[in-house]
Ligand binder design. Structure first.
Ligand SMILES: Cc1cc2nc3c(=O)[nH]c(=O)nc-3n(C[C@H](O)[C@H](O)[C@H](O)COP(=O)(O)O)c2cc1C
Length: 357
């Protein structure tokens, strides 16, 4: 069942192999979390601690993994979370990632902080990408980006709300991230004079607006006809506010890279589902490395699940084919996990699949 693209049997093997090919700066940037990395570890551990209640004697000779997100058909409910700077590990950068996602019927979320332009990504994955927005202090710059994303065919805007300031990622304080000299990041523009001493990530952060609040959502929604998803919510209270503002919900702790000891998305999911299911779509990311992880998140009410680091490791190991390998492993593992749980359709998955002690 497994894709023949690369020899790795699972995402853990890919992570180990990628660590051998990434530069020290890329490795520090990709792998690390904030502070003591408590949340980073909890993201993974949470899935292992949750056990499944499989049903038997169900005809599982045909499994349908297809679903939709905001009306967009997906071949299986796994997409790629926004991650910055794919060009640190592969010359085709976000274009390779987008092609891989489109080829398999998945969905790519393009970060504001990308090496390649959103128009390039739109061409690589027509109609199958979302644009992740960090709101700039200069709203005119953000407005222009939103208009470009909409014109290029983005299917939704994903506003990241958990990063008013960069989390304290000690690995990149020690080994800062620098893009290749002379690179102009298309959604960031040339450096302002006098900023030369600052590493690229810290510089980018100075452009973002830490005063962002619920009031700004009214402004944002007036700029676009696209659906808006708020990425980084972890409480029922904020999810309810998101739905009141006409937004969808992406449950995430930013891969353990922002507030250390924050709750995991998996633990936050049930209260968020209680608060907004039926009023907003709900997505989740953080620590997903197995098909059973995807299955558990879906059973608890997520509409789709996203991965960041596993896609980056695939990109580092094999460009487009590597990202395909990442996605195909998750897809095939999910199919098998569903079969072994006696489940045949994504829409039928529910919390009764999860064992509660
Ligand atoms: C290297 C890296 C860069 C990231 N860049 C962004 C970004 O530009 N925007 C954003 O909203 N989230 C960003 N994230 C967070 C991811 O979208 C996602 O929330 C998280 O990493 C998911 O966890 P996972 O890496 O365990 O799959 C980044 C994560 C990583 C690992």
């Amino acid at each position: 069942m497994t894709t023949p693209d690369l020899p790795y049997l699972n995402l853990r093997e890919m992570e180990v192999a990628a660590a051998g090919v990434l530069s020290p700066a890329a490795l520090a940037y990709y792998v690390g979390g904030a502070n003591d990395e408590v949340t980073l570890r909890a993201n993974r551990a949470g899935y292992a601690a949750l056990h499944l209640r499989p049903r038997m004697l169900v005809d599982v000779s045909g499994i349908d993994l297809s679903t939709t997100v905001l009306g967009l058909p997906l071949a299986f409910p796994v997409g790629i979370a926004p991650c910055a700077l794919h060009g640190l590990v592969h010359p085709e950068a976000e274009v390779a990632t987008a092609r891989a996602a489109a080829t398999l019927g998945s969905l790519m979320t393009l970060s504001t902080l990308s090496h390649r332009s959103l128009e390039d990504v739109a061409q690589a994955a027509p109609d199958a990408w979302w644009f992740q927005l960090y709101l700039y202090r200069d709203r005119e710059v953000s407005r222009a980006l939103i208009q470009r994303a909409e014109a290029a065919g983005a299917r939704a805007l994903v506003l990241t709300v958990d990063a008013p300031y960069l989390g304290r990622r000690e690995a990149i304080i020690r080994t800062p991230v620098h893009v290749a000299p002379g690179t102009v990041l298309p959604n960031v523009g040339p450096r302002t004079p006098g900023s030369e001493g600052t590493d690229d990530l810290s510089y980018f952060n100075t452009l973002l607006d830490p005063s962002l609040s619920w009031a700004d959502l009214v402004w944002l929604r007036a700029q676009t006809t696209l659906p808006v998803i708020l990425k980084g919510l972890l409480t029922a209270e904020d999810a309810a506010l998101a739905a009141e503002h006409g937004c969808h919900v992406w449950v995430s702790n930013h891969g353990g890279r922002q507030l250390d000891t924050a709750v995991t998305a998996l633990d936050a999911l049930p209260e968020i589902v209680d608060a907004v299911a039926g009023h907003a779509e709900i997505y989740l990311d953080g620590g997903v490395t197995r098909g059973t992880d995807v299955l558990k998140a879906l059973a608890l009410g997520a509409n789709a699940v996203f991965v960041a680091r596993p896609a980056l490791y695939g990109l580092a190991l094999g460009g487009e084919a590597g990202v395909r390998h990442t996605l195909a492993l998750l897809r095939d593992e999910l199919r098998l996990a569903m079969a072994l749980c006696g489940q045949t359709r994504i829409g039928d998955l529910g919390p009764e699949l999860i064992f509660r002690s």
